[in-house]
Design a binder for this molecule. Structure first.
Ligand SMILES: [Cu+2]
Length: 198
């Protein structure tokens, strides 16, 4: 229950942040139309990370395809595996069209989530998932761009968990943020929704 309550808080904080971005845009655009960044521009951005096969991956690799971004870590007890399972089910429903989307799992725990660890972990999920890690500075930078909250929480014996934002971001084929992507529906419905952004 504590974990759940904490996650609710994290999501609430994110939504509040998002709303304030929209509010600022509305206020600014009221004054000076045409010279304003869209809210979409406020979330996401360039990154340079390493995938589970040791290859360098940047946002350019997803140009022309909508993609989902989820931040988490492989030692996560429930939210990450559940989300990755839901994304996997949806990718399965896309069939061959799964090649037309990206699905990124970016670690907030680069210390433990090496490319090898990601590869091992992701072998339980849809092979089209891209696991991404990097040096702590690169991870911090991409988390900041996506306004992701992540914090180490010691659990005793030198072990730790990570509190983290548990949103799945839908980015369009220009790499711009569209909206949080809803996975709490049938994989068929989620897949149909994603197809609208091909
Ligand atoms: Cu998690």
């Amino acid at each position: 229950m504590v974990v759940r309550a904490r996650l609710v808080l994290i999501v609430a904080a994110f939504v509040a942040g998002l709303l304030s971005v929209f509010a600022v845009v509305v206020i600014v655009s009221g004054r000076e139309p045409g010279a304003v960044a869209t809210p979409a521009a406020a979330i996401g951005g360039p990154f340079r990370l390493i995938d589970q096969n040791g290859r360098t991956v940047t946002e350019d690799d997803f140009k022309g395809r909508p993609f989902l971004v989820f931040f988490g870590y492989t030692h996560c007890p429930d939210v990450c595996p559940t989300t990755l399972f839901d994304i996997s089910e949806m990718l399965g429903k896309l069939g061959p069209d799964a090649e037309r989307v990206g699905a990124l799992f970016i670690t907030v725990d680069p210390e433990r989530d090496t490319p090898e660890q990601l590869k091992d972990y992701l072998s339980s999920f849809n092979p089209r998932l891209t696991g991404l890690t990097g040096d702590p500075a690169a991870i911090e930078a991409v988390a900041r761009e996506y306004r992701v909250y992540a914090k180490k929480v010691p659990t005793g014996n030198g072990e730790y968990a990570m509190d983290h934002t548990a949103l799945t971001y839908l980015m369009n084929k220009d790499g711009r943020f569209v909206a949080p992507f809803n996975l709490k529906r049938t994989p068929e419905d989620a897949a149909a929704d994603l197809r609208r952004y091909f």
